[in-house]
Design a protein around this ligand. Structure first.
Ligand code: TXA
Ligand code: MG
Length: 319
């Protein structure tokens, strides 16, 4: 496994070629780091599931460089999904749509729908462009962590998580720290009205405003197999508490204005909810690095980003 920190045209070409040869390439996106493979290569996808330790019936998101390639992967695309793609791609948004024949069961966990995303991060976008220029069609990429764990927001996080599992020809592209810090908003576009399956920084009211449609409140469908929809997910080793007071040596996360209780170890003091989202996984990872056993969190409540933050915190706290 090699880590590449200068993402030049030539290293991106090497990475894209490596993907086409069936290797794994971890790459930065604006949300979190993804662990990419050629989405049409069954053996490569099988190895990806092994490296992640993820059950094979959990679907993967296919990443493409631009909206123009969407109809290779999805069909029966409703007008509202086109509006969302036009307004929000490239960006932290995944659309779930009926799949074409190109999408095999090994991508969707045998579901009839596929998740598609066009990431905005310049390294991700450039990698996908080169991959497509070389004849690739799409890159399947879950977050580059072991199943159930926190998504990585830096190349170092990916290395810490996956080093023992990656092979000599696999790569990690280092594109710095992810701006958003939480995974993309997933919108189910298979029904008359869009439905948010996983909240993210693209909020329900943004989706409503762009589509002109009134969304139902956030809900999950038991039929949909989505690992991010499990009650417990995104977990550090430390126990996370959303209520109560920290004792001496316990971790503490809250907005900057809130003082650290005596004896607690401050893990993050974000100035606003956007920064809260960006720092949350870093802070929880830091707790594990410092071998802190308990982390107390004051959940944010302003702005719609809080919905996504609190969704992840509820999952991190569920044991
Ligand atoms: O921000 C992100 O979305 C990151 C970056 C790397 O793009 N990716 C990511 O992938 O978070 P992953 O696999 O860790 O989480 C994707 C979630 C999973 O919960 C998966 O089950 C769900 O998306 N998903 C994928 N395809 C789906 C589908 N066809 N229907 C419903 N849920 C789907
Ligand atoms: Mg994930």
């Amino acid at each position: 496994m090699a880590k590449i920190s200068s993402c030049t045209a030539s290293t991106l070409k090497d990475a894209a070629t490596s993907l086409l040869s069936g290797n794994l390439v971890a790459f930065p996106t604006e949300t979190v780091y993804g662990l990419g493979v050629d989405a049409t290569n069954k053996d490569a996808v099988a190895r990806l599931y092994k490296v992640k330790g993820r059950p094979s019936d959990h679907p993967l998101i296919v990443h493409i460089s631009a909206m123009g390639n969407l109809d290779k992967w999805a069909r029966e695309i409703p007008e509202y999904a086109i509006k969302l793609a036009r307004n929000l791609w490239p960006g932290p948004l995944t659309l779930v749509l009926p799949r074409t024949n190109l999408v095999k069961n090994f991508i969707t966990g045998s579901q009839d729908n596929v998740g598609i995303r066009v990431p905005k991060h310049p390294v991700a976008n450039a990698l996908l462009k080169v991959f497509e220029e070389l004849g690739g069609l799409g890159v399947a990429a879950p977050s580059a962590n072991r199943f159930g764990k926190l998504s990585p927001t830096s190349a170092k996080d990916v290395e810490d998580e996956l080093f023992p599992f990656l092979a000599i020809n696999d790569l990690i592209l280092d594109g710095g720290i992810c701006q958003v810090g939480l995974e993309s908003t997933i919108v189910d576009c298979t029904l008359k009205i869009p439905r948010i399956l996983r909240p993210g920084v693209i909020s329900k009211s943004m989706v409503s405003e762009i589509t002109g449609l009134e969304l139902k409140s956030f809900q999950t469908d038991k039929q949909v197999k989505a690992s991010g929809l499990l009650k417990s997910h995104y977990s550090p080793s430390a126990k996370v508490f959303l209520m109560g007071n920290p004792g001496i040596g316990d971790g503490f996360i809250a907005l900057r204005d809130i003082e650290t209780p005596k004896g607690a170890i401050r893990l993050a003091a974000p100035k606003d909810v956007t920064q809260y989202a960006q720092l949350l996984y870093r802070a929880l990872r830091m707790a594990d690095q410092k071998r802190i056993k308990k982390v107390f969190v004051i959940t944010p409540n302003e702005g719609e980003i809080s919905v996504a933050i609190n969704d992840r915190l509820a999952k991190a706290a569920f044991k």
